[in-house]
Ligand binder design. Structure first.
Ligand SMILES: Cc1cc2nc3c(=O)[nH]c(=O)nc-3n(C[C@H](O)[C@H](O)[C@H](O)COP(=O)(O)OP(=O)(O)OC[C@H]3O[C@@H](n4cnc5c(N)ncnc54)[C@H](O)[C@@H]3O)c2cc1C
Length: 495
């Protein structure tokens, strides 16, 4: 094998040349999760295992988070905690310092620095390029394509791609990441088809052609909204920016001062009410000591997956229904420089945060009138905006995702949403559960797709550990096979 449909290959190509002595693991999606998983698989699986990394976008290794070209879109985790490798915590920091030193002659970047997300994408791509260069043994193929369905009726999986291409694999891992926000139900959904509305804040037309003095409404007040406000300010937007969500909660900022560590003898409760009480008491202790609360969240985070897996289903549902917005604003925080800009925009009155619920949209000449019910009132207020951008965060309810692969996996019963509607249902070892609850031996998932099982599976520090774990697990499932002659295999796609 192994590159199907690389430049020059025709539509309808069927992979045929694959040596049966080889095991192929197809990884669908080359964002952070898929790329890192592939690198770990290469380290752990023997020479008889071939990895095919499939990505529908032009750039491998960036995904949605690390594609932004805007240098003001910085990481919301300090550089010292963004290593791709759990066991080498300073790997990214050292890479970035070297890169910065080469560019500017100094190495002023510190563990606490918040660097552009684009740079992080460069880092992941550099890791991938390094692996591709590692001659002579090329066991990683990059395939540009859109996986639309997976046929699991044969001895091997058949991955159906665009242009009629089919790739066969023994195992496949969904690393498909996040999907654009869902539109909120409103009285007249035809508004969502008008030119006033932008359903995807990451699409290149989200802010295009906007009058810089015009009012804009952002639906959602989390980190996606923060990114869009920063982009608007960067493009010189001077008009009012309204950001509306049900509770109007803004992400907190990262702390610069000292924190109060949780006493080592304290164990983390797994009953929701007890956990809440514990965190409140720790926060009060920190406040009394004049310290920051942020390290409390950071200390519990590495244990959150364990807490989640032990917590009762009823407590999980309560957490998602009632506490999630508060957890999110404490857990997903703004870099200090970003928080400064947001605070300045609020202080000047340009950015207004509204707690409320949209009731209706009424397009008028050149703008749209939005009626909303402010939180805790029965009244209705209105505002006008030239554009409404959905910043409500990724859609996690897979029943509402229109993506072809997801629709097909749900339709044929290969997968099912988890009961909390946070992603797809998987086991503790990341195996997909079918509609009837059967555990797949060949289909797995990594990254945000698996949030239902692990909850804390959003950011790099969690996903990198999951990738290491899944690579190890898959390497144990791969049957030992004779090494195939890999050296002459052409690498026909460049990242
Ligand atoms: C805007 C933003 C900022 C973030 N900032 C940080 C941060 O500062 N620090 C941190 O730790 N975490 C951050 N995160 C969280 C985390 O790092 C990302 O969510 C993580 O990168 C997820 O990676 P992924 O590969 O699972 O998903 P994605 O990045 O979404 O990548 C999935 C890839 O799969 C491809 N794909 C999907 N379906 C198919 C298909 N059918 N066929 C082929 N290809 C397909 C997509 O094109 C995409 O490239 C951020 C997330 C976002 C969205």
């Amino acid at each position: 094998m192994m590159l199907i449909g690389g430049p020059g290959s025709g539509a309808g190509t069927e992979q045929t040349g694959d040596a049966m002595s080889q095991t192929t693991i197809a990884v669908i999606g080359a964002g952070f999760s898929g790329t890192l998983l592939s690198l770990h698989l290469l380290r752990r699986c023997g020479p008889g295992t071939q990895i095919t990394l499939i990505e529908r976008n032009s750039q491998f290794g960036r995904g949605q988070a690390y594609s932004t070209g805007n240098a003001s879109h910085v990481l919301n985790v300090p550089a010292g905690r963004m290593s791709a490798y759990h066991g080498q915590p300073t790997h990214f920091l050292e890479w970035a310092q070297k890169r910065q030193g080469e560019a500017s002659g100094d190495g002023g970047l510190a563990a606490g620095s918040f660097v552009p997300r684009r740079l992080y994408g460069d880092y992941i791509r550099a890791l991938l390029k390094e692996e591709l260069k590692r001659a002579p043994e090329r066991r990683l193929d990059l395939l540009r394509g859109d996986v639309r369905a997976i046929d699991r009726s044969g001895a091997r999986l058949g991955l159906h791609l665009d242009r009629g291409r089919v790739v066969h694999a023994d195992f496949a891992v969904l690393a498909v990441g996040n999907f654009p926000p869902a539109s909120m139900p409103v009285a007249d959904p035809s508004f969502y088809d008008t030119a006033f509305y932008r359903p995807d804040p990451w699409a290149c037309d989200a802010l295009a052609g906007l009058d810089p003095t015009a009012p804009v409404l952002l639906i959602g007040t989390g980190l996606t909204m923060v990114d869009v406000v920063i982009s608007l300010l960067d493009q010189g937007h001077a008009g009012p920016i309204y950001a509306l969500s049900r509770r109007g909660l803004l992400p907190h900022r990262h702390a610069s001062g000292a924190g109060q560590p949780i006493a080592a003898e304290h164990a983390f409760p797994t009953v929701l009410t007890e956990l809440l009480r514990f965190m409140r008491e720790e926060a009060q202790k920190a406040r009394r000591a004049g310290a920051n609360w942020q390290p409390i969240v950071d200390e519990i985070r590495p244990f959150m997956q364990d807490v989640w897996q032990i917590m009762s289903p009823a407590d999980k549902a309560r957490f998602v229904r009632h506490l999630r917005p508060w957890w999110d604003v404490h857990r997903h925080r703004m870099a200090p420089a970003v928080a400064d800009r947001i605070e300045a925009a609020r202080a000047s009155g340009q950015l207004q945060i509204i707690a409320g619920r949209v009731q209706s949209y009424a397009p008028e000449a050149g703008s749209v009138r939005i009626a909303y019910r402010p939180r805790g009132t029965d009244g209705v207020r209105t505002l006008a905006a030239a554009r409404v951008i959905n910043c409500s965060g990724p859609t996690a309810d897979y029943d509402r995702i229109s993506d072809g692969l997801i629709r097909s996996l749900l339709a044929d019963g290969t997968a099912r949403p988890d009961f909390l509607r946070l992603g797809l249902d998987v086991t503790g070892t990341c195996a997909l559960l079918s509609r009837s609850g059967a555990i797949s031996r060949r289909l797995f998932a990594v990254g945000p797709v698996t949030k239902g099982a692990f909850w804390e599976m959003t950011a790099v520090p969690d996903i990198r550990r999951q990738c290491e774990f899944l690579a190890q697990h898959l390497s144990g499932l791969v049957k030992p096979a004779a090494a195939a002659p890999a050296a002459e295999r052409p690498l026909t796609f460049s990242i």
